[in-house]
Design a protein around this ligand. Structure first.
Ligand SMILES: Cc1cc2nc3c(=O)[nH]c(=O)nc-3n(C[C@H](O)[C@H](O)[C@H](O)COP(=O)(O)O)c2cc1C
Length: 342
C-alpha cells in the first residue's frame, strides 16, 4: 500500500478553487436532484453533481432529461453529468448543457447497468479506451467549461489500466478525475479498493485533481482517503442519502478529530420539511412527494416504534398529509436523543 505525507494543497478544477481536500456529492440517479444538492451544499459539500443525463435524451429534447438540467444558484459549483457513446450526440448535448450555465461538465464513464453499458456508454467505454480518450478530447475542445470524468478502475479485474487511462485523459484536457474503486464487473459488490486510485495520484505526471470514490461512509474513512491514500478529495454517495449532515460531520472531524453530535430531531424535521417543500416547488406536488420518500428512512433512522410514521410518510400522496405527519412526529418525538450515527 502506498502511503503519503499529510499535505495541504488546494484543489482546482480548471479555474475553480474547490478548497483543500474537497468533499464532492456523487452523481446519483433519482437522488442528486436540485433540492437534495442544495441541502448537501448547506451542510458542507464543496462540489455537487447532477445525476447522469442521457445525451440521446437531451438532443431529442426529452422532457425527462431536460428537467435534470435545472440548477439553483445556491448550489454552485455544480457539475452536470452526461453519458453517451456517440460523438455527435455528446457534442450536441455539450451545447445544450452549456446554455444552462453549470460550472463543470462531467462525463459518466462508470455506470455499470446493462442498458447503458450495452450501448457502449458509461462503464461500457472501459472496453474501448481509445474511444474514451477521443470522446473526452472532442468534448474538451468543444467547450470552455471544465470537463471532468467519473469512472471505475476498469472493466474487470484483469483489465485495470487506470493509471494509464487517467494520464491519457489528463493529456487531452480533462480537468479532474473521480475514480470509483470498483470495476464494472464488481458492480457494487465487495469493497472499494483505493490502492489503484492512489497509484493514479502517485504518478508523477499527474497534476489534475484525483478524487476518490467508493465506501466513504465514516469521517475516519475520509481521513484515511486523505492522509493514507493521499488523494485530492472524496466523492461521497450513499452515505449522504437521507443524511446530508454527513458532509459537516466529516468536516468537523477533519478540523477537530472529534465526532460532531448527530442532528437533533428538530433539525431533522426542519430539513425534511424544507426538502419536501423544495421538491414540490421544483417538480410539483405529485413528483415532489414521491421523490422525497427515499430520504425519510435515513432522516429518522433509529427511532424506536417509528414504523407507522415512516409508513405514512412514504405512502401519503397529499403533501398536506406528509407535512401533518412531520408535525405529529415533532410533537411525539421532539425530545428524542439520537445516538452517534457514525
Ligand atoms: C442510487 C444511486 C444512483 C447512482 N447514480 C449514478 C449516476 O447517475 N452517475 C454516476 O456517475 N454514478 C452513479 N452512482 C454511483 C455513485 O456516484 C458512486 O460512484 C457509488 O455509489 C460509490 O460511492 P459511495 O460508496 O460513496 O456510494 C449511483 C449510485 C447510487 C447508489
Amino acid at each position: 500500500m502506498l502511503t503519503f505525507a499529510k499535505k495541504k494543497t488546494v484543489a482546482k478544477i480548471g479555474d475553480i478553487d474547490v478548497g483543500n481536500f474537497p468533499l464532492l456529492l456523487a452523481p446519483m440517479e433519482d437522488v442528486s436532484d436540485p433540492p437534495f444538492r442544495a441541502l448537501c451544499k448547506e451542510q458542507g459539500a464543496d462540489v455537487v453533481y447532477t445525476e447522469f443525463i442521457s445525451s440521446e435524451g437531451l438532443i431529442r429534447d426529452a422532457a425527462k432529461s431536460v428537467i435534470k438540467l435545472d440548477i439553483y444558484e445556491k448550489e454552485r459549483p455544480v457539475g452536470i453529468q452526461i453519458f453517451g457513446a456517440n460523438l455527435d450526440s455528446m457534442l450536441r448535448s455539450v451545447e445544450i448543457v452549456e446554455k444552462t450555465k453549470p460550472d463543470i461538465i462531467d462525463i459518466n464513464f462508470g455506470c455499470p447497468v446493462k442498458k447503458v453499458v450495452s450501448k457502449g456508454a458509461g462503464a461500457g467505454i472501459l472496453k474501448d479506451i481509445d474511444l474514451m480518450v477521443s470522446l473526452t478530447e472532442a468534448m474538451v475542445k468543444h467547450t470552455n467549461l471544465p470537463i471532468t470524468v467519473k469512472t471505475r478502475l476498469g472493466w474487470d479485474h484483469d483489465s485495470i489500466k487506470i493509471v494509464e487511462v487517467a494520464e491519457r485523459l489528463q493529456d487531452v484536457g480533462c480537468k479532474a478525475i473521480s475514480i470509483h474503486g470498483r470495476t464494472r464487473a464488481q458492480m457494487y459488490k465487495g469493497n472499494a479498493d483505493w490502492n489503484p486510485i492512489a497509484e493514479v495520484k502517485n504518478n508523477p505526471r499527474m497534476h489534475i485533481p484525483v478524487f476518490g470514490n467508493g465506501d466513504v461512509n465514516t469521517p475516519e474513512r475520509a481521513v484515511e482517503m486523505r492522509d493514507k491514500f493521499g488523494l485530492d478529495g472524496a466523492m461521497i454517495g450513499r452515505a449522504s442519502i437521507g443524511y446530508p449532515w454527513f458532509f459537516r460531520e466529516v468536516k468537523h472531524f477533519f478540523e477537530t478529530g472529534e465526532h460532531l453530535p448527530p442532528p437533533t430531531m428538530q433539525e431533522r424535521i426542519e430539513v425534511a420539511r424544507r426538502h419536501l417543500q423544495m421538491a414540490i416547488d421544483w417538480k410539483g406536488e405529485k413528483l415532489g412527494v414521491f421523490e422525497t420518500r427515499r430520504h425519510y428512512t435515513n432522516y429518522f433512522k433509529g427511532i424506536p416504534d417509528f414504523k407507522p410514521f415512516r409508513t405514512k410518510m412514504v405512502t401519503c400522496d397529499d403533501p398536506a398529509d406528509v407535512f401533518a405527519t412531520f408535525d405529529e412526529v415533532e410533537q411525539l418525538f421532539g425530545d428524542y436523543q439520537f445516538e452517534n450515527a457514525l
